[in-house]
Ligand binder design. Structure first.
Ligand SMILES: *[C@@H]1O[C@H](CO)[C@@H](O)[C@H](O)[C@H]1NC(C)=O
Ligand SMILES: *[C@@H]1O[C@H](CO)[C@@H](O)[C@H](O)[C@H]1NC(C)=O
Length: 249
């Protein structure tokens, strides 16, 4: 029932920019995954990115063993057409820290291999040995099914925000961060923003025509009164060796 109500609310506001604030509806992201994290009686939504038949990249926050994550939803860019697949385990980076948020990266391993088709497909990771991508000012796309506080808690349609990586100096004026392991990005023109249910989702750049997963959405204040803040991302290239150790990918 609750889902129906949410769905009706979202249909009523379809084509408005309900989430990822100022976002745009996005169709083509077969690597997009989402899941619900249960912590006691609280349920939180989060995003993730499929990068192999068995593996989904998420934030370290949601790889916390105290949280319950039985399923991940995959299969396209509309919530109601996705299907649930069972989670076997989650790994969190051993040096994860919450304050300040660092090494915020984790891996979901599924119970069974995903069958790839046009709605479910992996995204490329940066090749082993690549360092420091994205470059400063490189444009990328952040994706999520999250809502905007006070507008909607979740969205039916996947949303995209087009952002550019900021300089480390600009990032530092908002977040205590490690340049080698994190970057900031923002949309200086339309001020698109990722919000709470988007955490863990992808930041994707085009490399010689191929989409590459270079960031994991880590932190955004998503506060309408501070629309000019960038969001903080985990730099996937810095964790490429660890990902390979855990998954052999
Ligand atoms: C965690 O931090 C320690 C100390 O800095 C380092 O030696 C180790 O390689 C790190 N672990 C990973 C998986 O990066
Ligand atoms: C979001 O969820 C909260 C808690 O379930 C609920 O009270 C609130 O009405 C929801 N907001 C919207 C806009 O749907």
């Amino acid at each position: 029932m609750k889902l129906h109500i949410i769905f009706l609310v979202l249909t009523a506001s379809a084509l408005s920019t309900e989430a990822i604030r100022n976002g745009q509806i996005w169709q083509d992201a077969p690597y997009m995954a989402r899941f619900v994290v249960s912590f006691g009686i609280t349920n939180l939504e989060a995003g993730g990115s499929i990068f192999s038949h068995r593996h989904i990249l998420i934030t370290g926050v949601f790889a916390d063993p105290v949280l319950t994550v039985p399923n991940v939803w995959v299969g396209g860019s509309t919530r109601t057409t996705q299907r649930a697949v069972a989670v076997q385990s989650r790994a969190r980076h051993p040096n994860f820290s919450l304050f300040p948020l660092t090494n915020d990266i984790g891996i979901v391993t599924l119970n069974a291999d995903l069958v790839f088709d046009r709605f479910v497909r992996p995204i490329a990771l940066p090749p082993l040995g690549t360092s420091m991508i994205p470059y400063d000012n490189e444009q990328g796309t952040a994706l999520g099914f999250g809502g905007v506080p006070g507008v909607a808690n979740t969205t039916e349609h996947l949303q995209a925000a087009f952002m550019r990586a900021t300089t480390p100096a600009r990032c530092n004026s908002f977040f205590q961060h490690s340049v080698a392991q994190q970057f900031c990005a923002e949309d200086a023109r339309l001020r698109s923003e990722v919000c709470v249910g988007d955490i863990g989702g992808p930041f994707v750049v085009l490399r010689r025509g191929e989409e590459v997963l270079v960031g994991v959405i880590s932190l955004d204040f998503c506060d309408a009164t501070f629309p000019s803040e960038p969001a903080l991302f985990t730099r996937v290239s810095a964790y490429r060796t660890w990902i390979n150790q855990v998954t052999s990918v």
